[in-house]
Design a protein around this ligand. Structure first.
Ligand code: FAD
Length: 466
């Protein structure tokens, strides 16, 4: 067995792990990062955020070129789909970004290891290469666990990794399914359901709850539901899946009331589970909670001194940017820097069309908590830039404390919502009031003016809305 020693060893090279390793190297820490895949980047870069957004963009362009460009006076001939080219573009983007992480590691002096990392004890991790090669035992003063998460399974759904699969499968279908059943109306199911719907599949979304996008501001979720329905997505809420299995050349999904749906493919998208079950936790005296999450304190240290954890494996919002921020804070705290993580200001975005972006408290939460609030709303239709883009459907809603005017949340549905939410997040991080946003000069004509108008509307002084 090879032997090595580093001050810090990071297990997992996703957004939490690779960012922690780079920040640690910047701080002068001798750091190694282990990932079991042949490329760093984790779920996010390899099979999550990035490939899904590549396909969302391509499928949106395909749909626009078939339906929306004529209004701009752009007439195309027969528009055809080259799925192989679309997939090749997606792979190229992923390859470029994962390759970029290797370059960053090289430049910053992070030592990469490829293989499965398992704790041997509180001070060492054994790396077993996925292919041939000798294992390496790495001794470290500190260990940071960033194993991330994997798609959650349902016992009743018999995944074969092909016709019945998860988000990773749905990012690489070899052809457009005629009928696709998506189990789960969360953001992953809706993003990937939208991709295949735009490319020509009949998409049926089965959701156990009485609404889609659980946790999102309910008004926005309703608007989104209506918009997706108009695009052809077939929603069946309050629908419990009893079983899903491959039957000959079809898949059969059986619903609790006895109905069954035949389809070509099934996408199981009912959430993600922490990937903590093969980390050798017991060798270091570590335990998870009953759902598999690791518990940490404000320094991201687990119950075992010197072993830390960040990202999807500690729960909370399972989002790449939350994982990255935690990673930075964790490593900076190891180095004695008193940085902190503000869990009240974590934006979340659904990259469908319309796009949905949210930060801070929802109206439902404020009502439940008995907080008095004021609300300012601006529809996209009142904005010149939105009109020129042909994106007049949407709205920005800003919620501010009734007494102090401090911004408590913002919820946006419509084109470019994901970029617009950043302004409100920054304002909230600085403790801004809605008046601070309202008194900030916004460039004209830009979509950011919709945020401006919504902030003005909090105090009933919007200029362009009735
Ligand atoms: P991961 O990214 O899961 O990385 C963990 C890495 O560690 C993996 O490479 C894993 O193989 C490796 N690993 C695990 N155990 C070991 C071990 N013992 N030894 C070695 N290596 C190990 N989030 C967003 O913010 N925005 C989005 O738009 C978005 N879109 C998504 C779309 C899809 C389809 C999916 C599935 C997820 C999406 N996410 C998105 C969620 C995001 O990908 C995760 O929140 C993020 O990747 C979590 O980062 P992480 O570093 O904690 O874990």
């Amino acid at each position: 067995m090879n032997k090595a020693r580093h001050e810090l060893v990071v297990v997992g090279g996703g957004p939490a792990g690779y960012v922690a390793a780079i920040r640690a190297a910047q701080l002068g820490i001798d750091v190694a990062c282990i990932d079991e895949n042949d490329r760093f980047g984790g779920t996010c870069v390899r099979v999550g955020c990035i490939p899904s957004k590549a396909l969302l963009e391509s499928s949106h362009l395909y749909e626009q070129s078939r339906h929306d460009l004529e209004q701009h006076g752009v007439k195309l001939g027969d528009v055809t789909l080259d799925l192989d080219a679309m997939m090749a573009r997606k792979r190229k983007i992923v390859d470029t970004l994962t390759g970029g992480i290797n370059m960053l590691f090289k430049n910053q002096g992070v030592t990469p290891y490829q293989g499965r990392g398992r704790l041997r004890d509180v001070n060492s991790v054994q790396v077993t290469p996925t292919g041939d090669g000798e294992p390496t035992l790495i001794e470290a003063d500190q260990i940071l666990l960033c194993p991330g998460s994997v798609p959650a399974k349902l016992r009743s759904v018999e995944e074969d990794g092909d016709r019945i699969g998860n988000s990773t499968t749905a990012l690489s279908f070899p052809s457009v399914p005629k009928r696709l059943v998506v189990i789960g109306g969360g953001y992953i199911g809706l993003e990937l359901g939208s991709v295949w719907n735009r490319l020509g599949s009949e998409v049926i979304v089965l959701e156990a709850m009485d609404r889609i996008l659980a946790g999102l501001d309910s008004e926005l979720a309703q608007l989104a539901h209506r918009a997706f329905k108009k695009q052809g997505l077939d929603f069946r809420t309050k629908t419990f899946v009893e079983s899903a299995k491959v039957d000959g050349d079809r898949c059969v999904v059986t619903i609790k009331d006895g109905d069954s749906i035949e389809c070509d493919r099934v996408l199981l998208a009912t959430g993600r589970a922490p990937a903590t079950d093969d980390l050798g936790l017991e060798s270091a005296g570590l335990e998870t909670d009953n759902r598999g999450f690791l518990s940490v304190d404000e320094n991201y240290e687990t119950s075992v001194e010197g072993i830390y954890a960040t990202g999807d494996c500690i729960g909370g919002a399972m989002l790449a940017h939350k994982a990255m921020e935690e990673a930075v804070v964790c490593v900076e705290r190891m180095a004695g820097i008193k940085s902190h993580m503000n869990y009240d200001v974590i934006p979340a975005i659904v990259y469908t069309h319309p796009e949905i972006a949210t930060v801070g408290k929802t109206e439902d939460q404020l009502k439940d908590e008995g907080v008095e609030y004021k609300k300012g709303v601006c529809p996209y239709g009142a904005n010149g830039r939105a009109r020129t883009l042909g994106e007049a459907e949407g709205r920005v809603k800003i919620l501010a404390d009734a007494a102090t005017d401090r911004v408590l949340g913002a919820h946006i549905i419509g084109a470019r919502a994901g970029d617009m939410i950043a302004e409100v997040a920054a304002a909230m991080e600085f403790g801004a009031s809605s008046e601070d946003i309202a008194r900030t000069c916004h460039a004209h004509p830009t979509m950011s003016e919709i945020v401006h108008e919504a902030a003005l509307a909090v105090d009933d002084r919007a200029i362009h809305t009735i």
